[in-house]
Write a protein that binds this ligand. Structure first.
Ligand code: ZN
Length: 403
C-alpha cells in the first residue's frame, strides 16, 4: 500500500513536467501565429510602400488602409502618409486617407480628433471652406482643440468673416491661456471699416466701441472713430479723437494727416492744424507726413515758408524724402527767377532723387521682413497683425519678398 503511494508521489513531478512542457508548446504555437501575422502585415506594409514609391498611390492607399484595419498601430503611418500627400499638393489623396480614418468607429477619441483636424486642413488646402469648417468643428476638447481653432481662425480671416473670427479668437484665448486682444481689436476695426464704407454708421460706432474696449486707446480704432465723426459731420469731435493719436501714437499721424487738415479747415482752424503737424515733424519726420505738411505749407503759407521748413527738417532729420522736397521747393523758387541753367540743374537733381525715393521707400514687416509700398495693418506676407512699423524706411532693400 505504502509502495503504491510512493509511486504516485514519484509520478507527481513527472506530471508537473508534462504540464509545463504542454504550456510551453502552446505558448510557442501562439507566438508562431503572432509572428506569422506580424510578418504578413509587414509584407503588406512593404507592398504598400513599394506601390507608393512606384507612383501607384491609389493601390498604395488601399493596401495601407487594409493594414490599418488589421493593426491599429499603423494609424500614425496613415497620418504621415496623408500629410505627405497634402504637402505635395495632392489634396484629393490626402482627403481620402484622412477621411477613412475619420470615419472609423474603432478609433480612440484622440485619434478621431486628430483625423478630423487633418481632414479640415486638407479641405482648407483644397479651398473647400464649408467642409473644412465642419470637419474642424468636429474636433473635441483634447490636444487638437487649439490647433483646430487656429485653423478656423485662419480660415475666417481669409473669408473676411470677422464676426466668426472674433468668436474663434476669444475661444482660442481660453484654450491657450494667452491673449489675442490685438487680433480681436483689429477684427472689430475691420467690421467698423466695412460699416463706414456701407454708410452704416450705427454699426460702425458699435464696432469701434468694442475695439476700444478690448484695447483701450487702440490706434486704428481711434483713427476710425475720427472717420466716423467726420461722416457724422462733427469735425471738432473728430479732431479730439485724432488728437489722442497725435499724443499717444504720433508715428501713425501720417495715415490721417490729410483728413486732420480737412477737419481743421472745416472749422476754420487750418493754421492751428498745420502748426500741430509741423511740431510733429520735429520728432516724426517720416516721408509721408512730410509730403502732407509740405503740400499744406505751400498752399497756406507759400514757397518761402516751405523752403524754411524743409531747411530745418534737413538739419534735425535729414532724409532722401526731405532732400527731394527741398529740391522741389528750390526749383519752384528758381522758376520764378528764370535762371535756365539753375532750373535745369535742379530738375536733374529732383529727377534722380525722386527715382531713388520711389524705389527705396518701403514699409517693412518686423516679423517676416516683407516690404511694401503702402502701410498694412495685417502683413500680406505672414498674415500677422500690427507687424509693420509705421515708419517707412529709405535704406537699401535687403533681399526678401516685397511688393
Ligand atoms: Zn510679415
Amino acid at each position: 500500500m505504502i509502495q503504491i503511494e510512493t509511486a504516485w508521489l514519484l509520478l507527481l513531478p513527472v506530471m508537473f513536467g508534462i504540464g509545463w512542457l504542454a504550456a510551453r508548446w502552446d505558448l510557442r504555437l501562439e507566438n508562431r501565429m503572432d509572428e506569422r501575422e506580424r510578418m504578413r502585415q509587414q509584407r503588406s506594409t512593404f507592398k504598400g510602400l513599394s506601390l507608393l514609391l512606384n507612383e501607384q498611390p491609389d493601390q498604395a492607399i488601399e493596401t495601407l488602409v487594409k493594414i490599418a484595419q488589421l493593426d491599429p498601430e499603423t494609424i500614425e503611418l496613415h497620418f504621415s502618409l496623408g500629410n505627405l500627400f497634402r504637402r505635395r499638393g495632392e489634396t484629393e489623396r490626402a482627403i481620402r486617407v484622412h477621411q477613412h480614418l475619420a470615419n472609423r468607429d474603432d478609433l480612440k477619441p484622440r485619434d478621431r480628433d486628430h483625423a478630423a483636424y487633418e481632414l479640415g486642413r486638407d479641405f482648407l488646402r483644397a479651398g473647400l471652406l464649408d467642409r473644412a469648417e465642419a470637419s474642424l468643428n468636429r474636433v473635441g476638447h483634447g490636444k487638437f482643440a487649439a490647433p483646430a481653432k487656429e485653423s478656423l481662425l485662419e480660415m475666417y480671416q481669409v473669408e473676411r468673416d470677422w464676426k466668426k473670427a472674433i468668436i474663434a479668437a476669444s475661444e482660442l484665448e481660453s484654450l491657450q491661456g494667452k491673449s489675442h486682444h490685438t487680433e480681436i481689436a483689429q477684427f472689430y476695426c475691420e467690421l467698423a471699416q466695412e460699416s463706414l464704407h456701407a454708410k452704416d454708421l450705427a454699426s460702425a460706432e458699435r464696432s469701434i466701441k468694442e475695439a476700444l474696449q478690448v484695447v483701450p486707446n487702440h490706434t486704428r480704432a481711434l483713427i476710425l472713430q475720427g472717420d466716423y465723426l467726420m461722416a457724422l459731420e462733427q469735425p471738432a469731435q473728430a479732431i479730439d479723437a485724432w488728437s489722442v493719436v497725435a499724443t499717444s501714437h504720433p508715428a501713425f499721424m501720417h495715415l490721417i494727416a490729410d483728413r486732420w487738415m480737412k477737419a481743421h479747415t472745416d472749422i476754420g482752424k487750418s493754421e492751428a492744424g498745420l502748426d500741430r503737424l509741423c511740431e510733429l515733424l520735429n520728432t516724426q519726420a517720416s516721408g509721408e507726413l512730410l509730403d502732407v505738411v509740405h503740400k499744406q505749407v505751400m498752399q497756406i503759407r507759400g514757397i518761402q515758408a516751405a523752403n524754411t521748413m524743409l531747411s530745418q527738417v534737413m538739419q534735425h532729420s535729414p532724409s532722401l524724402s526731405a532732400l527731394s522736397k527741398l529740391a522741389e521747393t528750390r526749383l519752384a523758387l528758381e522758376e520764378g527767377n528764370a535762371n535756365p541753367d539753375r532750373v535745369q540743374e535742379l530738375k536733374s537733381i529732383l529727377h534722380l532723387l525722386r527715382q531713388r525715393t520711389t524705389s527705396l521707400a518701403r514699409y517693412t514687416c518686423g516679423n517676416c521682413g516683407f516690404r511694401a509700398r503702402r502701410f498694412y495693418w495685417q502683413c500680406p506676407g505672414c498674415n500677422n497683425w500690427e507687424a509693420y512699423s509705421p515708419r517707412r524706411s529709405e535704406g537699401v532693400a535687403p533681399s526678401g519678398p516685397s511688393m
